[in-house]
Design a protein around this ligand. Structure first.
Ligand SMILES: Nc1ncnc2c1ncn2[C@@H]1O[C@H](COP(=O)(O)OP(=O)(O)OP(=O)(O)O)[C@@H](O)[C@H]1O
Ligand SMILES: [Mg+2]
Length: 308
């Protein structure tokens, strides 16, 4: 795979000296969906706008399709579509002319059929001649995406595509993103929503305080860190954990009514069968069993907490 976006030692200090990005290194592969996950103020928007050449880096370089965003801005910018975090649209323009205008900004020849194709891809065909002001919030967000796609960029940045979007529309957005990926567009999105990263990303980067704490293939990340827990509810509270069960490193609930066993789903064996046998031999009677899979959310919260 080739990197379509390459970020090297990127730093950004805002006027006043605040360091919003601390030496970021990042390669984005052609065709992938990368989700950047991070809390408020982590530096997600700063990173995206610096990659897109809208914010000037303090040091470091960014290339898009081999074009340096500083020295070869026009060529680099032409390859990028950016959907900003804040919605800003001309309320009295029609959807069609809004999107067509964006294409013109990039010096691309007029191609109304292409604009209609983009609108159809975003399920906006029937809103083509509506004024922007008549659209719902979710539709406006799709118009922003259509605008960003108007000049046929190869890389699309979506800054918080589902902020303020309800659950159903968020799922629609995920479908839109999946369709865009299928059409060959590389996608980088930022989100607070862990389930969003979990649902659509090929790779997940965790960013906090201007640093990428981790960037990894999503499935690998989940497998590597995916631990499962088994909670065993007991018929009678146990005052302690019997010595015969020490090797399982169980955790006893404060009231003694349940024990929790943590195991690795990737290990050669989970140890559950022997644990259940040993529990019985130790005279503990169980009333219920429950398993819980740790999610990307646990990983994320764990990492951001460690950092703090
Ligand atoms: N123009 C600016 N001048 C000074 N500081 C800024 C500016 N823009 C952003 N910052 C600061 O840089 C840090 C990162 O901000 P940024 O907007 O990149 O975060 P974010 O991860 O996108 O947050 P959110 O999830 O809230 O959108 C914050 O502490 C913010 O206050
Ligand atoms: Mg932001």
């Amino acid at each position: 795979m080739t990197a379509i976006v390459s970020v090297k030692n990127l730093r950004k200090a805002y006027a006043g000296g605040f360091e919003a990005l601390k030496s970021i290194n990042l390669d984005i592969q052609e065709g992938e969906i990368l989700a950047l996950l991070g809390p408020n103020g982590a530096g997600k928007t700063t990173l995206i706008s610096t990659i897109c050449g809208i914010t000037t880096p303090t040091s470091g370089t960014v290339t898009v399709g081999g074009h340096d965003t500083q020295t070869d801005y026009r060529a680099a910018r032409g390859m990028i579509g950016l959907v900003p975090q804040e919605i800003s649209l001309e309320p009295f323009e029609t959807v069609f002319s809004t999107v067509r205008f964006s294409r013109g900004l990039f010096g691309k020849p007029r191609d109304d059929a292409k604009i209609d194709e983009i609108l159809a891809q975003l399920s906006l065909a029937d809103k083509r001649d509506n004024k922007v002001i008549t659209l719902s919030g979710g539709m406006k967000r799709r118009v922003l995406i259509a605008k960003a796609l108007a000049h046929e960029p190869r890389v699309l940045f979506l800054d918080e595509p589902s902020a303020g979007v309800d659950v159903e529309l968020r799922k629609d957005m995920w479908e839109v993103v999946a369709r865009l990926k299928a059409s060959g567009v590389t996608i980088i999105l930022t989100t607070h929503y862990i389930e969003e990263a979990e649902a659509i990303a090929d790779r997940v980067g965790i960013i906090n305080k201007g640093q990428i704490l981790l960037i990894q293939d999503k499935a690998e990340l989940m497998a590597q860190m995916g631990k499962k827990q088994l909670r065993i509810d007991l018929a009678v509270a146990t005052p302690d954990i019997p010595a015969a069960l020490a090797k399982y490193e169980l955790q006893r609930a404060p009231d003694g009514r349940s024990l929790t066993y943590t195991y690795d789903t990737n290990g050669p064996r989970t140890g559950i069968t022997t644990l259940l046998n040993d529990l019985q031999s130790a005279g503990l009677q169980m009333t219920d069993l429950q398993t819980q899979q740790s999610s990307l959310e646990d990983i994320f919260v764990g990492m951001v907490k460690e950092e703090a």
